[in-house]
Design a protein around this ligand. Structure first.
Ligand code: GDP
Length: 491
């Protein structure tokens, strides 16, 4: 191990001891919020902070419902080098006159919330000693988490696996252009920056296409290619898989050697520090999943989501084998998977969505031989943009959801103006999760009629009465989520 590595690790131990000492008096928790891009991290974290600081309708958040939360406030964050999560800006976007969704997560950020509460014992005995929970919330792209798999793959293994997986029926068409270019690249030729850049650009375009709603794949590492953070354009991101011989070393000066070196740099300079400095310090974690998008896109997307969840679970039990990795061993004790945007469904389907996610996570737990944290699942809408009603169709009364589609979207030849409400027959989720997993299985009635557009409708954030200050954001099961993540620290 290098000397620098030792110092790094000593620093982490010292930091963990400091964290532990603080926790002995009043609890301090680090909560990770992650999920692939567009899963709903920014919206969730904004709604979470708003609920903690200003309250709301939160019957399942027990300490709050029991009247034991005296108040909560934002406080300066502990890590000076991590950008702050700009909750005020995001809240203004959501609740201001324009009512727009906030700007999505593109990098890691952090926010500290201090919750003043009364312990249950003190509350009941009437002695009411004040206590304090310090909650450090870290928001980071889920793409980065899935990079853990790269730490156990050398360049040859990664190249082979990436090429093989791009041959699947969903991936092959979107990978075609990159693969065609790759066929013209000679890995033994002299290293050439312009060839490396073109290969990386085409490879990245393939990964991006995999995130399109209609494909909705989840496992597309390297994560920084999709979410570069502040590394955009750097050489550590300018590499791509190559078709290389099954044996032998890269000749020096070759394109192969260049790509291999950059891949190694990515693993050492990007992936490892993220796990060491951020991930390994988390106590609690919520993984937001746009399960509806995967169900919409079909069985391959669902299978890919399951693989992603297996990888995520593996990350939380990683490193139990060596003394070195015990320093980096994640200490997460509670892990929640949340299917977001549940307000696209009628409430009769919320339990079904949860059952599908539970089934997916259960299988992923088996595959990852997971023996770590307490795991739970929830179907969630951090900000509920729709309400429910029923509509008559012939003799039938059918459940509908009502919301304002975002301006400029089209459906059935109609272009929405961003003001008018429409009623949508929400998608049907099969009662049997196995059926959903096999068939995709989320096809809205209206969607079938008009070729699928409505499945992807984006509703504007909900209207909030001007008289409501501070604004109360409607939600689905946010309170249950908060209870699982931090409820036990508030007793
Ligand atoms: P991030 O990339 O994970 O930070 O994702 P965001 O939080 O920015 O969410 C991406 C988009 O998903 C938003 O712009 C909204 O359109 C939608 N979204 C997120 N959460 C909700 C929700 O609770 N309800 C609804 N209807 N849409 C949501």
């Amino acid at each position: 191990m290098s000397f620098g590595g030792l110092i790094d690790e000593a620093r982490i131990v010292a930091r963990s001891l400091a964290d532990a000492a603080a926790g002995a008096l009043d609890p301090t928790l680090r909560l990770g919020v992650t999920g692939l891009s567009r899963a709903g991290k920014t919206v969730f974290l904004t709604a979470l902070v708003q609920a903690l600081v200003h309250g709301g309708r939160l019957p399942s958040f027990r300490a709050y419902a029991q009247g034991r939360i005296a108040g909560a406030r934002l406080s300066p964050q502990p890590d000076d080098a991590v950008p702050r999560f700009e909750v005020e800006t995001h809240l203004r976007a959501l609740t201001g006159p324009d009512r727009v969704w906030p700007e999505s997560t593109r990098r890691i950020s952090e926010l500290r919330v201090v919750v003043d509460f009364e312990s249950r014992g003190g509350f009941l005995s009437g002695s009411r000693p004040g206590r304090k929970l310090t909650l450090d919330i870290v928001d980071y792209p889920g793409e980065w988490l899935l990079d853990l798999a790269l730490l156990s793959q050398d360049f040859r293994t990664w190249s082979t696996r990436t090429l093989l997986s791009s041959e699947g029926p969903t991936r092959a068409p979107i990978a075609a252009e990159w693969r065609a270019h790759l066929a013209t690249v000679d890995p033994l030729a002299a290293a050439d920056e312009s060839v490396a850049r073109e290969a990386a650009a085409k490879f990245t375009a393939y990964l991006r296409a995999g995130r399109d709603d209609r494909v909705a794949l989840s496992t597309l590492p390297p994560g920084r290619f999709l979410m570069p953070g502040d590394m955009e354009g750097s050489p550590a991101l300018t590499f791509a898989p190559l078709t290389i011989p099954a044996e032998g070393d890269a000749p020096s000066g070759s394109l192969w050697a260049m790509m291999e070196r950059r891949y190694e740099a990515y693993r050492t300079l990007v992936v490892k520090p993220f796990f060491r400095d951020h991930f390994a310090r988390l106590d609690r974690q919520i993984v937001l999943v746009d399960a509806l998008a995967a169900l919409n896109a079909g069985p391959e997307a669902v299978a890919d989501l399951e693989t992603a969840m297996t990888d995520v679970l593996a990350a939380f039990r990683h490193g139990q084998n060596s003394w070195l990795s015990s320093l980096f061993r994640p200490r997460v004790e509670r892990l929640m998977f949340a299917a977001t945007k549940a307000d696209h469904l009628h409430h009769t389907s919320h339990d079904r969505l949860e059952a599908i996610l539970r089934r997916l996570v259960g299988r992923a737990i088996e595959r990852a031989e997971f023996g770590g944290a307490a795991v739970d699942v929830v179907a969630l809408a951090a900000v509920r943009a729709t309400r429910e009603a029923s509509a008559r169709q012939g003799r039938d009364e059918l459940p509908v959801i009502i919301g304002v589609p975002e301006k400029g979207q089209r459906s059935n030849g109609q272009v929405f103006d961003g003001e008018e409400e429409i009623a949508v027959f929400p998608g049907d989720l099969p009662a049997d999760p196995e059926v959903a997993l096999r068939s995709g299985g989320y096809v809205g009635r209206a969607a079938r009629e008009d070729g699928g557009d409505l499945r992807f409708i984006k509703f504007r954030p909900p209207k909030i009465l001007a008289s409501e200050r501070p604004p109360q954001l409607p939600h689905i099961r946010l309170d249950r989520t908060i209870e699982f993540l931090i409820g036990d620290a508030l007793i």
